[in-house]
Every structure is written in structure tokens, then in C-alpha cells.
Design a protein around this ligand. Structure first.
Ligand SMILES: O=C([O-])C(=O)C[C@H](O)[C@@H](O)C(=O)[O-]
Ligand SMILES: [Mg+2]
Length: 405
């Protein structure tokens, strides 16, 4: 399993005009796929964040990757683990190495992680306020009613059993109304979660939590309402003082084992959104499950605009992590079917679930024609990093600034 070739592919995929408190998604989202090829010609793959920064960090590790045995690669890179700038690159290398090992020995990645405790991994509908332009089949959603229509369409297409609202876009009262309308429309049993990406003050966060006490209970949560550990802890304390034991979830204050330890001291986070792309890989997320169990904290999963290699890697680790207590996030429905780089085709989401593959490795391989097309798009575009503010300035409001409510 000696690694002979290390290929790094930067590419761009279409992305609809989705809104968040950070601004507006650009028409192109950047991704990277890596390939590790062994002396026997077996290829392990992984998908990670895109643009020049991630590609350069991966490139800088080439001398430490070439010539290593794939089964020992992560051990050989141990010294870099403590440096946060390498965490995303190490995560991608770990996934690709596990895929290579799995494809060589004939075992699926979930088996290499200790075995699957579930065949199907639940994912949540990820609803966004959205503009009309672009080629997405989902139309404009800039009102509570528009958002509910979008969610109904997502559920009709994928059967999702829970819903996340990307908030921090409209006035908080309109977002409260959106969640209430979702509850009325979807009935009492669909868990709802709301994530304004830290754009609310402590007082607003507590006010929204109080207003949505009923709607966000029973499997829902309030995700990253306020910025930083101290404010998250203050929101928690404020809600408890009102007699509201609503879980706060986080992928912004809690981004590592170190920050989880800090959050635990102040009760700032009751649900961690793990993400193998930046927590250190699939085994780090599996370990996170153990830590969450020990701390009495729930586990969910964060996503970003992604394709099937990333989605299937999430499915493998989620299948092998007994502590997963919430449906995972995924942006997958926002990506175009004709841009899927997985040769086996688009990963089905049925009944809100992804069935984890039992084929060797991740169970997916690359469609090199599609990858070549998406790489050409990357080369032809000047975009090398995500900039949602610039998109807002260009397409919505030249004076837009991130609002703090
Ligand atoms: O839960 C989250 O914070 C995310 O999913 C982060 C993403 O970047 C999301 O805000 C987006 O796609 O705009
Ligand atoms: Mg979030």
C-alpha cells in the first residue's frame, strides 16, 4: 500500500443564491478532491474544502505523503495534528488513506472504523432563504411562506424527517414566524432547528428561544445563536433562568476537542456538530462521539456545499458512530445532479436517509470526465476563496453589512 501518486484536484461546482448571516453564496462553490494511488494502482479518494488555501496546504504535505504506506500514513503525520492549520488537510488525507486501505483489503470504511451500528444515516432538510436567479429547481424563498414551500419541496424530493433553517437573514420576528409556520405545516413530530450563525445578541437569542420553546422542543435545537463561548453560555443561562431547557448546538464556538472542553465548563453547548472535514478526519469524529457520550452532550453533523465523496464519507462515520443523536446536515440537494463527480452516480437520499455503502473503501470512485469539466471551470474562474459579502455587494446591496440583531 505504498503511496506512489498524490493528486490534488481543485474544482468548482454550481451553487444557488443561498443566503446566510454571512451574505450570499456565489454561483460557484469551490471544492478539492484528492487521490492517493498505491504501488498496486489502488486509488483512495477524499473530498474537502476548495480554493487555493486548502490546495496549497495539501501540496505542502506531498513530501510526507509520497512513499508512505497508506495504512501508516496518519501515524507518520502525528506531529502535525496539534497544528490547527493542518487539520483540514490531515482530515482529507485520512479519508483517502482509509479508502485506499479499504479498497486494497476489500473492506468498507465503516468496517475499518469499528463497524456500522446503522444501515441508514438520517439527514435533515437544510432550508435557506434564497433568491430566484440561477438554475436550481427550487425558487425564491425570501419570506416565511416561500421558505415553507421550499421545505415542502425538499421533503417531497428526499423524504427528510427533520428540518434546519439557516437563519440570521430576515428580522428575528420573521424567522420566528417562519419556524412557527413550518411547525403548523409539518405537524408536531418533525424536529426543527434554527441556525443564525452567531448573529443575534444574547438578549435576542433568549427572546427567540423563548418564543420558539414549543417549536424547537422534541429533537430540535437552537444552533449558534450568539457569538463566542461566553455569549453562548449566557444564552444557555438566560434560557434556563426562564425555565427553558433548550439545547444549544454549535459548529462555530465548538470546532475542536479543545473548544468542546471549554464549552463544557460553562455549559455553552449541549449538541456538537461534528465535521470530519475539519475535526481531524473520520476517526476524530468517531472519537468525538465517545467524548460527547461521556460529557452528556448530543452529536449532530455539520456540512457545507459538497458532492457525493464527502456525503458518503459522512455516511460511513455516522454509520459507525453509535452516539450520533441527531440527523446530519447536508447541502447535497443544493448541488446539481450533472455535476456529481462520483462515477456510481448521485447518492440517493430516500426517506431522508443515505444507505451506507458496503463496497470496499468509501464505495465510490471518481468520474474523471465530470471532474475534468469542473476543474476547467475552476481554472476559468478568478474565484479562489469563498466571499459571501462580495456576492451580497454585487447582487443584492452594494452597502450590505452583516447585521447584528
Ligand atoms: O451550520 C452551519 O453553520 C453551516 O452549514 C455553515 C455553512 O457555511 C452555511 O452557513 C452556508 O452554506 O451558508
Ligand atoms: Mg451551524
Amino acid at each position: 500500500m505504498q503511496i506512489r501518486h498524490f493528486r490534488i484536484h481543485s474544482f468548482a461546482i454550481s451553487d444557488p443564491p443561498l443566503r446566510s448571516s454571512f451574505g450570499l453564496h456565489a454561483p460557484l462553490a469551490l471544492r478539492t478532491v484528492i487521490e492517493l494511488e498505491s504501488a498496486d494502482g489502488v486509488i483512495g479518494i477524499a473530498e474537502t474544502h476548495g480554493g487555493s488555501g486548502p490546495a496549497e496546504t495539501l501540496e505542502s504535505l506531498r513530501p510526507q505523503v509520497i512513499g508512505q504506506d497508506a495504512s501508516q500514513l496518519m501515524a507518520s503525520l502525528t506531529a502535525l495534528r496539534s497544528q490547527s492549520k493542518y487539520r483540514t488537510a490531515l482530515s482529507a488525507l485520512e479519508v483517502a488513506a482509509l479508502d485506499l486501505v479499504g479498497k486494497t483489503v476489500g473492506l468498507p470504511v465503516h468496517a475499518l472504523l469499528g463497524g456500522k451500528v446503522r444501515e441508514e444515516v438520517p439527514f435533515s432538510a437544510y432550508a435557506f432563504y434564497k433568491h430566484a436567479w440561477g438554475e436550481s429547481k427550487y425558487g425564491e424563498a425570501l419570506t416565511p411562506e416561500g421558505l415553507v414551500t421550499q421545505v415542502q419541496e425538499l421533503i417531497a424530493d428526499y423524504g427528510f424527517g427533520s428540518v434546519k433553517l439557516k437563519a440570521g437573514v430576515l428580522e428575528p420576528d420573521q424567522e420566528i414566524e417562519t419556524i412557527r409556520l413550518l411547525r403548523q405545516t409539518l405537524g408536531p413530530t418533525v424536529p426543527l432547528r434554527i441556525d443564525p450563525n452567531c448573529v443575534w445578541s444574547v438578549a435576542t437569542s433568549v427572546r427567540v428561544g423563548k418564543a420558539l420553546q414549543a417549536e424547537l422542543s422534541d429533537g430540535g435545537y437552537l444552533e449558534d445563536p450568539a457569538e463566542g463561548m461566553a455569549d453562548m453560555a449566557a444564552v444557555r443561562a438566560g434560557l434556563l433562568a426562564e425555565g427553558i431547557d433548550m439545547p444549544l448546538a454549535s459548529n462555530m464556538a465548538v470546532v475542536s476537542f479543545e473548544t468542546l472542553a471549554e464549552a463544557h465548563k460553562t455549559d455553552a453547548c449541549q449538541v456538537v456538530l461534528g465535521d470530519h472535514h475539519y475535526w481531524g478526519g473520520l476517526r476524530a469524529v468517531a472519537a468525538l462521539g465517545r467524548v460527547c457520550e461521556t460529557l452528556g452532550v448530543g452529536l449532530s453533523m455539520h456540512s457545507n456545499s459538497h458532492l457525493g465523496v464527502s456525503l458518503m464519507a459522512m455516511a460511513h462515520v455516522a454509520a459507525a458512530t453509535p452516539q450520533l443523536s441527531y440527523a446530519c446536515d447536508t447541502h447535497y440537494p443544493w448541488q446539481s445532479a450533472d455535476e456529481e463527480i462520483v462515477a456510481e452516480g448521485r447518492i440517493p437520499i430516500v426517506g431522508g436517509n443515505v444507505r451506507v455503502s458496503d463496497a470496499p473503501g468509501l464505495g465510490v470512485t471518481l468520474n474523471y470526465d465530470t471532474l475534468a469539466r469542473l476543474k476547467e471551470r475552476y481554472e476559468a474562474s478568478p474565484i479562489r476563496a469563498r466571499d459571501d459579502v462580495a456576492e451580497m455587494h454585487q447582487h443584492v446591496d452594494p452597502h450590505w453589512q452583516r447585521r447584528r440583531w
